[in-house]
Design a protein. Structure first.
Length: 253
């Protein structure tokens, strides 16, 4: 009985080691497929323009990001532009479609997901340094096609599932489970039409939305991606006057 337990323990440890090694290998192949870590790290800023379509509701969207964790998203409809931004410390937004033309601080839930989106290289790169853990879960299927599945647990407890194409090793689907105040928010991002920009592969077709209702997902068709364009840090900061007013309204402790 003791011998059997020892064998089972040994096999369990061996399987865990093989799983970890496989996860590391898949991450390495994913990074190499994108162009390699040197080319990825050479990118300091990204500016993207795209068309947004959600069931016939169309808009122009913009995306700017700067290493290590600056992010600014815009959406323009009928001359009005909404903004979501993060400067590495503060998340803020402008919501003119809700009658709010002045910048305001993000709520806790929105800030959490924005911080995750602001990770310049994504959770697979420098995972250990970020406190993320990655597991290889084996083979799965996406729309009938075979894929490799990686489970990424972020430092804050949120979980991302990456589904990699077995031929290209690029992610074609990412499922997110965000844990907020005891509840789970699930979403899916489909990625396709990869093209090289400055030697790094980017998806030019993106669909986001419900895990259980693929037809309802919003679609983003990227028109242009610019690399290493000058973007000042001030572009990501909450306008000073609005920031000051928000501070003044905060009750003294």
């Amino acid at each position: 009985m003791i011998a059997i337990r020892s064998i089972l323990a040994f096999v369990s440890c061996l399987a865990a080691g093989m799983s970890a090694q496989t996860a590391d290998e898949l991450v390495a192949k994913n990074i190499q497929a994108k162009g390699g870590i040197e080319k990825m790290k050479a990118i300091k800023t990204i500016r993207m323009t795209a068309d947004f379509d959600a069931g016939g509701f169309k808009a122009a969207v913009g995306y700017e990001t700067k290493r290590p964790d600056r992010l600014r998203n815009t959406i323009t409809i009928q001359g009005m532009t909404g903004v979501n931004a993060y400067d590495g410390a503060t998340g803020w937004r402008i919501s003119p479609f809700q009658g709010k033309k002045d910048p305001e601080l993000m709520g806790e839930d929105e800030l959490r997901t924005t911080i995750e989106d602001a990770d310049f290289d994504g959770p697979l790169v420098d995972a250990k340094a970020k406190g993320n853990t990655i597991e290889y879960l084996g083979h799965d299927q996406v729309d009938g096609d075979d894929v490799y599945e990686l489970k990424v647990t972020l430092k804050n407890g949120d979980v991302f599932y990456y589904y990699l194409d077995p031929d290209t090793y690029l992610e074609i689907l990412v499922e997110k489970q965000i844990f907020i105040r005891g509840s789970v928010q699930e979403s899916v991002t489909e990625l396709g039409s990869y093209k090289p920009v400055h030697g790094v592969m980017f998806p030019f077709s993106i669909a986001q939305g419900s895990k259980n209702d693929p037809d309802s997902r919003s679609k983003i068709n990227v028109r242009k991606i610019e690399i290493n364009v000058p973007i000042e840090d001030s572009e990501f900061k909450m306008p000073e006057a609005a920031s000051k007013n928000a501070t003044e309204k905060t009750p003294a402790k």
